[in-house]
Ligand binder design. Structure first.
Ligand SMILES: [Zn+2]
Length: 408
């Protein structure tokens, strides 16, 4: 069976790890930074050498297209090349490099294909410097208001906007170049899993059925500040103690629900946060994710059972944000699974916990994703790693999936 080249893929991964290299095995490559522009230029140069035409849209999303034998909409694959601070060499960029390697294999092996094939690079997926994440796929898929996004300010330079970075980048193109159902038939995004399941369960490929729905709640506990040495315990209204009891309650109850539910209290603050003062106000967050909306509803039920008063402290909470479960296109998910089986790669169906550009694109054109294992589940850090053989397996599944789509 036809295979992508492991040597070429390795060369690509090494070459792109130079753009924003931290010197400790990772990269810092914020969207539209000098390092990201260098990486974009390299994608452009390499794709043009393969005969691709490269254009960008008004959000600097980049499309590098090789022609097919027929005048048909293009099949897209790609991801993002920006990273978080001290991120890894695989999140996002592997999806771009795998798509480039697939195109290189198609060109060099002269594999016939009816549809044009496009390598796409989405701008500012991470939202690490300019919030929010998945900004530019979000704009072109109608999720975000473009003007609001252009005004998004850099976290490190007050007043410096995404719009200014866009103008300066040299990659701002025409609105008419945006992805649309008239011009594009489907998107397959390859990505690292960013979690430990594939590695721990011994699977080569994750067949991604969708993206988990999630809720994020912020809880506030109001007590009464007082001197740590003078206020008898029975007169205290300790907001931190009330918060701890509630976190314990949430864990006890949420653990009764489906085993695929994941939930996290990742943020907590105490006021005045002084070691001799009883905490007066404590806030914490709860992030909960599951693919089945019914389980998310059960999570809400558990939240709603929290009494208004806990340990004499007032309790309030509100939804900070939420996301509905996203389903990828079943026909394409089947193609991914079939492609993995064709190569004899072990595979499992799963839902993504993290968000990806593909979750917005699926509202516009048929879309699916391929996951490859993340060693130790590490991601958004320099430890992020996927063995080369697994990267190759992912690229091969991508190649075959694109060819299945081409035939249908
Ligand atoms: Zn990513």
């Amino acid at each position: 069976m036809i295979s992508c080249s492991i040597e070429r893929l390795e060369e690509k991964i090494k070459a792109f790890s130079k753009f924003g290299d931290t010197g400790r095995g990772g990269v810092t490559r914020y969207s539209l930074s000098k390092e990201a522009i260098e990486a974009r230029n390299e994608v452009k140069r390499r794709m043009e050498a393969l005969g691709a035409t490269v254009v960008t849209d008004d959000m600097a999303n980049m499309y590098a297209t090789i022609p097919g034998t027929e005048d048909l909409p293009a099949i897209m694959s790609g991801s993002h090349l920006d990273s978080v601070k001290q991120g890894g060499n695989y999140d996002g960029i592997l999806g771009v490099l795998a798509a480039m390697e697939v195109v290189e294999t198609i060109v060099k092996e002269k594999i016939p294909h009816r549809h044009p094939i496009t390598v796409v690079v989405w701008t500012n997926e991470e939202g690490a410097r300019f919030e929010p994440a998945m900004m530019s796929s979000g704009v072109i898929c109608g999720k975000f208001d473009k003007e609001v996004m252009l005004a998004s300010e850099a976290k490190d330079i007050p007043g410096y906007t995404f719009g200014e970075a866009l103008e300066k980048s040299g990659f701002k193109g025409d609105v008419s170049n945006r992805m649309s159902p008239e011009k594009y038939k489907a998107l397959i995004e390859l990505h690292i899993e960013q979690g430990p399941v594939l590695e721990k369960e011994g699977y080569d490929i994750g067949v991604v059925e969708g993206v988990c729905g999630m809720i994020n709640y912020e809880f506030t506990f109001r007590g009464q500040a007082g001197h740590a040495g003078t206020t008898p315990m029975k007169y205290r209204k300790d907001a931190l103690y009330a918060a701890v009891k509630t976190i314990q309650y949430l864990h006890d109850e949420l653990d009764q629900l489906d085993s695929k539910l994941v939930y996290t209290t990742g943020k907590i603050s105490a006021h005045p946060n002084i070691h001799t003062i009883i905490p007066e106000e404590v806030k914490f967050t709860l992030d909960a994710r599951h693919q089945n909306p019914e389980v998310i509803r059960q999570v809400l039920e558990i939240i709603h059972k929290i009494p208004k008063i806990v340990e004499k402290c007032e309790v309030s909470y509100e939804e900070a944000w939420s996301r509905k479960t996203v389903q990828f296109t079943p026909e394409l998910v089947d193609f991914v699974e079939k492609s993995a089986k064709d190569y004899g790669y072990t595979n499992m169906r799963l839902y993504s916990g993290p968000g990806h550009d593909a979750q917005y694109v699926v509202d516009v054109i048929p879309t699916a994703m391929i996951f490859v294992p993340s060693v130790g589940g590490h991601s958004h850090c320099e430890l992020e790693y996927t063995p080369l053989e697994n990267c190759l397996k992912g690229a091969n599944v991508l190649l075959r999936t694109l060819l299945y789509i081409d035939q249908h």
